[in-house]
Write a protein that binds this ligand. Sequence first.
Ligand SMILES: Cc1cc2nc3c(=O)[nH]c(=O)nc-3n(C[C@H](O)[C@H](O)[C@H](O)COP(=O)(O)OP(=O)(O)OC[C@H]3O[C@@H](n4cnc5c(N)ncnc54)[C@H](O)[C@@H]3O)c2cc1C
Length: 391
Amino acid sequence: MAAEVLAEAGCAVTVYDRMPSVGRKLLMAGRGGLNLTHSEPLDRFLPRYGAAAARLGPFIEAFPPQALIAWAEGLGQPTFVGSSGRMFPKALKASPLLRAWLGRLRALGVEVRSRHDWSGWDAEGRLRFQTAQGGVSAQPDAAVLALGGASWPKLGSTGAWAGLLANDGVAVSPLQPANAGFDVAWSDLVRDRFEGQPLKGVALTFGRVRVRGEAMVTHHGLEGGAIYALSAALREAIAKDGAARLWIDLRPDARVEELTAKLAQQPPDQSAANRLRKAVRLTPLETNLLREAHGKDLPADPAALAAAIKGAPLQLVGVRPIDRAISTAGGVAFSAVDEDLMLAARPGVFIAGEMLDWEAPTGGYLLQASFATGAAAARGVLKRLKAGVLN
Ligand SMILES: Cc1cc2nc3c(=O)[nH]c(=O)nc-3n(C[C@H](O)[C@H](O)[C@H](O)COP(=O)(O)OP(=O)(O)OC[C@H]3O[C@@H](n4cnc5c(N)ncnc54)[C@H](O)[C@@H]3O)c2cc1C
């Protein structure tokens, strides 16, 4: 996005990427339908960025969801609003968008140099790249670093820049998994029988935050949209206390009294599993989840059983590694960049995208902030060039 804004303003732009081709993580995001952004109003949108909302706000206001959607449509990708307010291209994938975008950039004269691994600055302050043919240097008038986070490193973003920038005196918060799965010490029964099965329409509560959605049982624990929405708070609690207790409400639309009445109608000599299935249609996964949470012998008393369905405590004992997380928390501190996203420690070098220290749940907030900060960094470059400051 930075390249596009700069090239449109008449700059000669070169994009360097360490991979054989660009946009691999965008293509991966496309596997899930490419949730570009969200249709909610900005006063609900911006708080999704938590502590970073104040700094990201101006960038997103300058390049809001409507601008991103207009951009995608301008590249021949009609979009739609999904049932949850999330916005997607109708193609539900990234490849046609990326193809059209690279075509536009080529037409604007942007040059892409792949297999160029940025490795810092040389003694003369030039950008240094490692290539199969050896090291090369470049000295542009300005540079935008948009090297991504550290999740899915095989797609190119390894987070290796964190050490390079920290050595250069740039404040970098530790890179951590965001929108990641969590470990649960499942019994063999749950792991073997239910791995890969979703818990649909549940409500998850951690602390005072309750979210509705879906979670998936994995070999190691749980993942999925509702888990990701709580992942920042869960991650912090696990770092502090070693574990976090998540409460699962398996029937969020039913009051405990309704469930109690339904369960009380079942003959008392039936097994708990049968009562749960017949009275409240609990699936085998849900019944076994109750056993994981409350112990093998579920209460016989209908009111106690109903309460167990409304609040099943599950102990989360770890965060899954960053290499399979959807995104990355931490990164270049906002205190290290000015309001144009330029590094104080390296004038003329701007930072954009997931490299910056923000996180947000899934829902289109990740791409929106990445695009918006890319455009903002480019405007920062233009401002500097117009002022006649060259590196
Ligand atoms: C499975 C998955 C699904 C996702 N789905 C969505 C979604 O639906 N909606 C959403 O909003 N977000 C989604 N995301 C997140 C989104 O893809 C990222 O937030 C976004 O791509 C970040 O953009 P970026 O430009 O900052 O970094 P990236 O897209 O990671 O790009 C960084 C680029 O820098 C290159 N690079 C890194 N280091 C170097 C170096 N030293 N030298 C040269 N090049 C380097 C990399 O090769 C890469 O091409 C998803 C992520 C994953 C993993």
